[in-house]
Design a protein around this ligand. Structure first.
Ligand SMILES: [Fe+2]
Length: 172
């Protein structure tokens, strides 16, 4: 999900401007609760395009198991990135930084002004996203996946086949 190839693909795809197609945007909003639609609208175009692709992949993989909360999880798993405001080059820097800075620094950095705050909030985007989703009234499955989507499989609380589909579609 955050390996070098995945990140490289995300980087080049993110350089293309523009929102998702109008049908994709309409379909995505139709999967979301009212509070979730507001969060969706706050996500930048490249993130919404990526998320729609993940959600379509999950529907293909899970068919009837792709319930509304599962599709919402695919669409909003990275919504916490709205808190750092990093564009694509900044995310590359953050990824390189957190490869060498210990994870435990993130919480303290996230509270600081300046670049440390931005980097800290980027690293904590799963936790921040889960908080945003809980505040928006999301189904627990949706907020749990936001919190867990960068964690090892052994820590997942979602049904295993659902979580594997969410991660597998994100790797495509
Ligand atoms: Fe993420």
């Amino acid at each position: 999900m955050s390996g070098p190839l995945h990140l490289a693909k995300r980087f080049f795809v993110s350089l293309r401007p523009g929102p998702p197609s109008a049908p994709d945007e309409t379909w995505a909003k139709g999967q979301l609760l009212a509070g979730e639609v507001e969060l969706w609208a706050s996500m930048p175009n490249p993130d919404r395009r990526h998320a729609v692709g993940v959600a379509h992949g999950v529907v293909d993989l899970l068919a009837d198991q792709a319930t509304r909360p599962v599709v919402a999880a695919a669409l909003l798993h990275d919504v916490g990135k709205t808190a750092d405001g990093l564009c694509t080059p900044g995310r590359v820097v953050a990824t390189l930084l957190w490869a060498v800075v210990p994870d435990h620094r993130a919480a303290a950095w996230a509270e600081r002004p300046g670049w440390r705050g931005v980097m800290g909030r980027y690293h904590l985007h799963p936790v921040i996203g889960a908080e945003l989703l809980r505040a928006a009234g999301s189904d627990p499955l949706t907020s749990d996946w936001a919190a867990q989507h960068h964690q090892p499989e052994s820590t997942w609380t979602l049904p295993a086949d659902v979580a594997r589909a969410l991660q597998g579609a994100d790797d495509d």
